[in-house]
Design a protein. Structure first.
Length: 337
């Protein structure tokens, strides 16, 4: 479950809650679903809903004690490969931070453009860290529940761009619209241009690693059909049942978690999500004991098969991120237990 979107998927009858978890990482924004699997082929993402819900409403475990809030870390991995090609749940914390950084880059560039033209962008939902449940971070889930994560800090404004004098003086058109303030008649066109500029900047940054990352995630897809993994997953329903959760499979659990997220009263939600997280983390450990070593072996082979691309990634990614910070102000931070 990865929540790779600034959008929210909440029925109108329920409160508005951040989109926080989906099954598979994707390079661009998608709307959340109860359970979403995404297979990345090269750079593209093919999204298919794969929900499996029991016919009878499943029970919910008793609420657990509330967890403390997750922290933020600015500690970079020794190897940028771990950010782009995660093989363990803990490594996906770096991947989440990288994803947030790219989305902040888009907003920072768009905001700078809007400032230059004397207008403002429409309000947007806060950016959130996105869980990668295809590579579940079980320690984090056990501490913080199915959805809760560290809060993404507000971006630090980057340096004001030069050249804004083009829209002052004799009132001539600079080619970017005729905005003269937050209520100017040219605001809509300027906002579109600024958003496009931000999207282009984020795409350029993401393109430094997205193709390689897409190939890596595609490499992991066959693990879903691995006999050892399927054997381990057969024990999941029984384990969850011992925690009071009656579902047929992992997808059924995700459907239950999504339903409870949308329907539980706000004051009870943290405890319910924590209880679900504790049960999921405990019951998935035998599965991850099989999958994690398999993913590490696959990554070792993948690095050898893509040696040239990996060398480029190792020499360029951190420099690209530092340059984006210096020019536009986004901070590279990661969720930490």
């Amino acid at each position: 479950m990865v929540r790779q979107a600034d959008k929210h998927r909440v029925p109108a009858r329920h409160r508005h809650r951040p989109c926080m978890w989906v099954r598979w990482p994707v390079p661009g924004p998608v709307r959340c679903a109860a359970t979403l699997r995404v297979t990345v082929v090269a750079v593209a993402a093919l999204v298919t809903a794969a929900c499996s819900v029991d016919p009878a409403p499943p029970s919910v475990p008793a609420p657990a004690t509330h967890a403390s809030a997750a922290r933020l870390s600015a500690a970079l991995p020794d190897d940028p490969v771990l950010m782009v090609l995660p093989a363990t749940g803990a490594e996906t914390r770096w991947t989440q931070g990288l994803d947030v950084f790219v989305r902040q880059e888009a907003r920072a560039v768009a905001a700078s453009c809007a400032h230059d033209h004397g207008t403002e962008l429409p309000a947007q939902d806060p950016i959130t860290f996105i869980r990668y449940y295809e590579l579940p971070d079980l320690d984090f889930v056990a501490r913080h529940g199915m959805s809760a994560s560290a809060t993404v800090p507000a971006p630090t404004p980057g340096p004001v761009r030069s050249g804004t004098e083009a829209r002052t003086g004799d009132g001539g058109d600079d080619g970017r619209g005729s905005a003269s303030g937050s209520g100017g008649s040219g605001d809509t066109a300027v906002v579109r241009r600024c958003v496009a500029e931000g999207t282009a900047a984020a795409t350029a940054l993401r393109d430094t690693y997205a193709a390689l990352q897409g190939q890596w995630f595609s490499t992991l897809v066959p693990l879903r059909r691995d006999p050892a993994v399927l054997h381990a997953l057969r024990g999941l329903p029984g384990c969850l049942a011992r925690h009071g959760i009656e579902v047929r499979d992992e997808n059924g659990f995700f459907a239950l978690a999504d339903t409870r997220e949308q329907t539980t009263a706000a004051d009870r939600l943290p405890a319910v999500e924590r209880a679900l997280g504790v049960a999921y983390a405990k019951c998935m450990r035998p599965v991850e004991a099989v999958r994690e070593p398999a993913r590490l072996r696959l990554r070792a082979r993948f690095l050898a098969d893509h040696a040239a691309e990996v060398r480029t990634l190792r020499t360029s990614l951190f420099a690209s991120l530092r340059r984006a910070t210096e020019e536009h102000g986004p901070r590279l931070v990661f969720p930490a237990p």
